[in-house]
Design a protein around this ligand. Structure first.
Ligand SMILES: CC(=O)CC(=O)SCCNC(=O)CCNC(=O)[C@H](O)C(C)(C)COP(=O)(O)OP(=O)(O)OC[C@H]1O[C@@H](n2cnc3c(N)ncnc32)[C@H](O)[C@@H]1OP(=O)(O)O
Length: 431
């Protein structure tokens, strides 16, 4: 086995993010995934034959293309000799694929990888009820007319109702919005602060678009039946101001704080990122954006009250292991599942009782909000679950360059009470 080597982020791209049920309804998930991979190869100009491995995360698995990584890279025209596998870890699905590739690079197993993520809520796996599935299996074993009639007779009209995925956590049987409101009950954040955070997210995304920070990273997508390629997200919203937000009703709990605007929306999109060894980047004449320093995967103790506290349980461990404090991090990119969820995570990291429970008494302190998601976030840009992990990494790496800073931390919560934090470092300040 070779010694530990540096993994570097060369660049990343994404498709425009669109509310589900929109233009991407024309595409199967793998086709949408292939758009980001093809866009990445085209943007970086790499010879696709140099790619050793492709990972793609997804949360909602389409049955016929269950290894969506493979189907996506083939649809992107990559050589069939490149192995590809699909990663699944709720909202961290693409992040864990990225982490796998970094480890493979560090250990010398591969030189060049593509880490991607895709989500389509417009092409979701819809199932028949368990009663129908069982009857169908019995008919498959014995397809005589008598057995078909017997099984048909055992069914009721209600059994024919299709089962749609709802985004409900399997263990708690609660939606993420309900879980987020439970965290608010325990850790207390105000409606006013949530509205202010939501308005900030949209305002910063609009500013980032005006500044041209996303130029070149959002690839045009040609959808069959559309005259022109799709070139931009359908958000942020200009009317997402505090005056309007404060009048909106809460949706997951009557006396709660979460509105439709304070929730990330069901979104379709894909994203892909090129990660290589430093040597491979140099050999290919590529200028990487950032070095991958370390990552931490973590999980909460109580799924009932702490479902979306992934950042609060993963960031402090990552910082402590790397002997860094909150103040050492210049660029923060956190997934905005809900405005309330971000505020609860920030609050938890300042509490001694939380620190006692999770990190042996060291209180991480205040995450500086002026360094957080300054180009907007999932509330204002959309949240195609797995693709979001790659969007966050690309944004963090690019912000390091634009802001000329040293360290960035990317962190996300996820269903199942999971969390991840990833530490990257600007290549320009790589001392
Ligand atoms: C997956 C993981 O592991 C981690 C995670 O990310 S967990 C979080 C995952 N995300 C979720 O669970 C998704 C939660 N989202 C939802 O359930 C739904 O998108 C939602 C309930 C929030 C939206 O519900 P909806 O009924 O479709 O809302 P929608 O009709 O768009 O909006 C309601 C109203 O608010 C308005 N509105 C919405 N967002 C707004 C905004 N930002 N600013 C101003 N107004 C807004 C709309 O225009 C609409 O107004 P009208 O009634 O006048 O038309």
């Amino acid at each position: 086995m070779k010694s530990i080597r540096k993994a570097v982020i060369v660049d990343g791209v994404r498709t425009p993010f669109l509310d589900s049920g929109g233009a991407y309804s024309q595409l199967m998930t793998y086709e949408l995934g292939g758009k980001a991979i093809a866009g990445l190869v085209s943007k970086t100009g790499i010879d696709a034959n140099r790619v050793n491995m492709v990972t793609m995360g997804t949360v909602l698995h389409e049955i016929e293309t269950s290894n969506v990584a493979r189907e996506s890279m083939l649809s992107a025209g990559l050589p069939a000799t490149i192995p590809a596998y699909t990663t699944s870890m709720a909202g961290l699905s693409a992040s864990v694929g990225f982490a796998n590739l970094c480890d493979m690079i560090a250990l010398g197993r591969i030189d060049v990888g593509i880490a991607a993520g895709v989500e389509s809520f417009s092409d979701i796996p819809i199932r028949y009820s368990q009663k129908i599935r069982r009857a169908a299996m019995k008919v498959r074993q014995d397809s005589s007319a008598k057995n078909i009639l017997k099984n048909l007779a055992s069914l009721r009209p209600a059994d024919l109702k299709p089962e749609m995925p709802t985004g409900t956590d399997f263990t708690t049987r609660k939606t993420m919005g309900v879980c987020a409101e439970q965290m608010v009950q325990k850790f207390k954040v105000s409606r006013e602060d949530c509205d202010a955070f939501t308005a900030r997210s949209h305002q910063l995304a609009i500013e980032a678009l005006n500044q041209g920070y996303f130029e070149g990273t959002i690839i045009p997508v040609q959808v069959p039946g559309f005259e022109h390629p799709i070139t931009s997200d359908n958000t942020p919203r200009k009317d997402s101001n505090i005056q309007k937000l404060s009048t909106m009703r809460t949706i997951f709990r009557k006396d709660g704080v979460i509105t439709a605007a304070g929730s990330s929306r069901f979104t379709d999109g894909s994203a892909a990122l090129l990660v290589t060894s430093l040597e491979a980047a140099n050999n290919m004449g590529l200028q990487p954006l950032a070095e991958v320093v370390d990552y931490e995967l973590a999980a909460v103790k109580s799924l009932e009250e702490e479902m979306l506290l992934g950042p609060a349980v993963s960031i402090p461990k990552l910082l402590a292991r790397n002997k860094l404090s909150m103040a050492d991090i210049d660029v923060w990119e956190l997934h905005e599942a809900f405005a309330a969820q971000i505020l609860v995570n920030i609050a938890c990291m300042q509490r001694s009782e939380f620190a006692d429970e999770y990190y042996k008494g060291q209180v991480p302190g205040e995450l500086p909000i002026d360094k957080l998601n300054t180009w907007g976030g999932s509330l204002s840009l959309g949240n195609p679950f797995a693709a979001t992990g790659i969007r966050l990494l690309t944004t963090a790496a690019r912000r390091l360059q634009v802001e000329n800073k040293r360290y960035a931390v990317v962190s996300s919560c996820a269903g199942g009470g999971l969390g991840a934090a990833i530490l990257i470092k600007n290549m320009e300040t790589n001392t």
